[in-house]
Design a protein around this ligand. Structure first.
Ligand code: PEP
Ligand code: MN
Length: 341
């Protein structure tokens, strides 16, 4: 199945000129896409980089919206920007990751939008904090009951990033969906990847995980872009991306015998692992008792480090998995020993 084009929002990281925006709109329309993004105020982590064209960009957008049938999304970072943008009849917005981090800003922007916007995309906050994301969505909702709100997953700043610019931590998006079933979640693969060569991978992954739309940076000439040059796609790359993406069937819709058999094997393994975890915790309690009787500290860092290394050396399994498993079960052992249950 092909991705529904109405679920794609694409465009430059920053609006740089009206000609640049017009070129992007023409390309999008040719591809059947009617939603464009462009930042006109750019919140940059460090000073000295391009911070957007500002109000001038609102004039360009107003004119282009009259010329073309296109929904143009911009980011607003405070209430003054929201009020100014509304005065130019802008209807579609997103709240960026740095804004969602701050409930005061979200509240004042939500109030300023005053139920006058068509769509607001709420990016996840920079930190992996589900309640901040959820809270931002609730605040926008509270003051804008007529507005369509979409959650936008752009990855998180974490200490261990792996190879991407922002860590996707997909589980947080799943938990958001659990807490708020009605919300649609789109993915921003550009800010997760930070690298144009990885956009295809993260886009397909998002769709395979059940996210319903994509928010992608596309620029006529990415190499010379004034912001985020490394992660923007040129038109040809964007066309190729769209041609390569597919929506797969949901596994729960299938009744494949082969899948049923393999799943029942997996369930058996899960049950035996859970049973073993119980045995492990019981042993851990006994160890806790010995430590207490002998006035020993609970946690031995050298042993903890050595065990992770031993298991990684002994087993030919992804060492990340071994390490995460060990850290998790070990933290439970420490908990039961310190509670002395
Ligand atoms: C953006 O979309 O251009 C942007 C600034 O993103 P984020 O808030 O995700 O960093
Ligand atoms: Mn960007």
């Amino acid at each position: 199945m092909l991705l529904d084009k109405s679920k794609i929002i694409a465009g430059p990281c920053s609006a740089e000129s009206q000609e640049q925006l017009r070129a992007v709109i023409i390309e999008l329309k040719e591809l059947g896409i009617t939603n464009m993004r462009c930042g006109i105020w750019k919140p940059r982590s460090r000073p000295g980089s391009f911070e957007g064209v500002g109000e001038e960009g609102l004039k360009w957008i107003k004119e282009l919206s009259a010329e073309f049938d296109i929904n143009i999304f911009i980011e607003v970072i405070n209430k003054e920007q929201a009020e100014l943008a509304l005065s130019y009849d802008i209807e579609n917005y997103w709240l960026g990751a740095r804004t969602t981090t701050n409930p005061f800003l979200v509240q004042e922007i939500s109030k300023a939008l005053n139920n006058k916007s068509k769509t607001v995309l709420v990016k996840n906050p920079i930190a992996p904090d589900l309640n901040l994301w959820l809270g931002a969505i609730e605040r926008v909702e509270k003051f804008n009951p007529q507005t369509k709100i979409i959650a936008l997953h752009r990855g998180f700043s974490t200490f261990n990033l792996g190879s991407s610019r922002n860590n996707p931590l997909w589980e947080i998006a799943f938990q958001l969906k659990e807490k708020k079933e009605s919300i649609e979640i789109y993915c921003d693969p550009s800010h997760i990847a930070g690298d144009s060569r990885q956009i295809q991978f993260f886009s397909q992954m998002a769709l395979d995980l059940g996210l319903t739309g994509l928010f992608i940076e596309v620029h006529p000439d990415p190499v010379n872009a004034l912001s985020d040059a490394d992660q923007q796609l040129n038109f040809l790359q964007f066309k190729d991306l769209l041609a390569g993406l597919s929506i797969k069937k949901k596994p729960q819709d299938l009744t494949l015998d082969e899948l049923k058999i393999l799943r029942s094997e997996i369930e058996k393994i899960d049950k035996s692992i859970i049973q073993k975890l119980e045995e492990r915790l019981n042993l851990s309690r006994k160890i806790g008792k010995v430590k207490e009787d002998n006035d020993l500290q609970i946690f031995s860092y050298p042993r903890y480090k050595a065990q992770i290394k031993n298991y990684c050396d002994e087993f030919d399994l992804d060492s990340n998995l071994i390490e995460q498993y060990y850290r998790l079960v070990h933290s439970f052992s420490v908990k039961v020993q310190s509670e002395n249950k």
